[in-house]
Design a protein around this ligand. Structure first.
Ligand code: NAP
Length: 485
């Protein structure tokens, strides 16, 4: 399970060629499991980004002129090339990001599913004819690619967050400039490696790394870019949305969450515990859809806490994600560990009880133990901020109305979960929760065939599913007159 260094690209990909930053500057990339450097990537800024946009603009006419079938062929070849090396790519992803190997492989496979789904969905970009109010005219509605798309993505899913944007863009006939997170650039740069391998026309996909604010500014201000698609924090999403708005570009924003996970008295507690383990601790708590606030009804609170504690000790194993049996890899960096530690300390200062965990890991890696705290209250930071780490905080509630009010009491609206075996309650609660994604008796619900998007400050637009193409298309109305009827 050693790193295949042929996949470790140390340059950026512009117009089908590998190149350094104009300044020659680089940024080092480290393995969070041991703090060791695994390479260095170019520190690009506006000028390299402008060249990448120019290349994408030049490639646009011929890419959009291809049939959907021809674009799908390229996309399936790209997926085949990825799957041929999925084991090596998983080692690469784990080495830069930390998640356990099985999760890394699962993420890459999901990324491929997104691209294959959109490759086929691109063949179903239907238009419309609308009954005309004029006897001598006909009304046609067609859909066209928006043009050059610029994407910025985070480190927690360094492959699949790109795949669900790239798939939609390529299928729609758009070309792309992508900027991955500085902590996990290699899982993005492999799209350049694979594009080369399958002979994707130069300029259709471009990848730059480096100075995030400078790259973001060029993307938002360059007139050739017609759409910005971003996944990351609400703070940066607001900055980009404001700048893109000044230049009237389309935007899609997949932003932060603060997911409630509600366990009612009538829930199947074992299923609720399994769901909580999956939803809270996947990727060591570093997903935008991770349960952040676990609300448990008074009648089952103690029983649920006990079962969750047992499941955590039996099922969770912290360590280097490359080692077999590990389920909890390192957090991405020291700042992430500090944030979890601060949330734990804050909860304990405000009366919470530490049931298990609570400590940083030892050594050079950035680990934090899976942690369970009972007696959580709304005064605590964990009630209001995304912890983005392995802290399960259990809040007690009494009535269904209380649970709904508590769950909705946030500016976020990405994912939420609840467990109940009462059908009426399932419908009432599902409809009352102000979230884009609702898991009813399920803790992991992401799939390429369903829409993924947040309400409120969790974002704008949807990715995945048939809805995921909408943001990459312009609607054109053509009125055919003078028909002499
Ligand atoms: P982040 O700080 O917003 O970074 C995300 C991306 O934005 C990175 O590529 C980063 O580049 C870039 N960036 C940072 N500052 C920028 C600026 N001023 N202008 C342009 N780009 C800028 O978020 P993160 O901490 O990496 O990711 C975690 C967040 O993402 C969480 O809030 C999580 O909930 C959210 N997320 C949401 C979804 C979803 O689908 N809704 C999915 C995954 C994650 P550098 O890395 O180079 O700084």
């Amino acid at each position: 399970m050693s790193l295949n260094t042929a996949l470790l690209k140390q340059q950026v990909y512009i117009n089908g060629a590998w190149t350094d930053a104009d300044s020659g500057q680089t940024i080092s990339v480290v393995n969070p499991a041991n703090g060791e450097s695994i390479g260095a990537i170019p520190y690009c800024g506006r000028s390299e980004t402008a060249r990448a946009i120019e290349a994408a603009q030049a490639a646009l006419p011929s890419w959009k002129a291809l049939t959907a079938d021809a674009r799908a062929d390229y996309m399936h070849k790209l997926c085949d090339a990825i799957m041929e090396q999925v084991d090596d790519l998983a080692v690469l992803l784990t080495s830069e990001m930390g998640k356990p190997l099985a999760e890394a492989k699962g993420e890459i496979t999901l990324g491929v599913k997104y691209i294959r789904f959109f490759a086929e969905e691109g063949k179903r970009i239907y238009g419309d004819t609308i009954p005309s109010p004029w006897p001598d005219r006909r009304i046609l509605v067609t859909k066209e690619p928006v043009g050059v798309v610029a994407s910025i993505t985070p480190w927690n899913f360094p492959n699949s967050m790109i795949a669900r944007k790239l798939g939609a863009a390529l299928a729609s006939g758009c070309t792309m400039v992508m900027k991955p997170a500085e902590f996990t650039p290699y899982s993005a740069l492999i799209y350049g490696v694979m594009a080369d391998k399958v002979g994707l026309p130069a300029g259709v996909v471009n990848i730059v790394t480096g100075d995030a604010p400078a790259i973001g500014e060029e993307m938002c201000e360059n007139p050739h870019v017609r759409k910005i698609t971003f996944t990351g924090s609400t703070r940066v999403g607001k900055l980009l949305a404001a700048n893109a708005g000044k230049n009237m570009k389309k935007i899609s924003m997949e932003l932060g969450g603060n997911a409630p996970f509600i366990v009612f008295d009538d829930a199947d507690l074992d299923k609720a515990v399994s769901g909580a383990i999956a939803s809270k601790f996947r990727n060591s708590g570093q997903t935008c859809v991770c349960a952040n606030r676990i609300y448990v009804q008074a009648g089952v609170y103690d029983a649920f806490a006990e079962k969750l504690k047992t499941a955590m000790s039996e099922q969770l194993k912290m360590g280097d994600g490359l080692q077999s049996g590990v389920t909890q890899g390192p957090l991405i960096n020291d700042a992430a560990v500090d944030k979890v530690a601060a949330h734990v300390q804050d909860a304990l200062n405000k009366g919470g009880t530490l049931v298990t965990g609570g400590q940083r890991g030892e050594g050079a890696g950035t680990f934090f133990e899976p942690t369970l705290i009972t007696g959580a209250t709304i005064e605590m930071k964990v009630a209001h901020e995304e912890t983005f780490g392995p802290l399960a905080a259990l809040f007690r509630f009494d009535s269904e109305a209380d649970a709904i009010n508590l769950a909705n009491d946030t500016e976020y609206g990405l994912a939420c979960y609840f467990y109940s075996q009462d059908l009426g309650r399932c419908f009432r609660v599902m409809e009352a929760l102000q979230y884009g994604l609702v898991g009813v008796n399920e803790g992991v619900i992401t799939t390429e065939v369903a829409p993924f998007g947040g309400f409120k400050e969790s974002g704008i637009g949807n990715e995945g599913s048939k809805y995921g193409l909408d943001d990459y298309l312009n609607i054109k109305y053509s009125c055919l007159g003078g028909l002499g009827l």
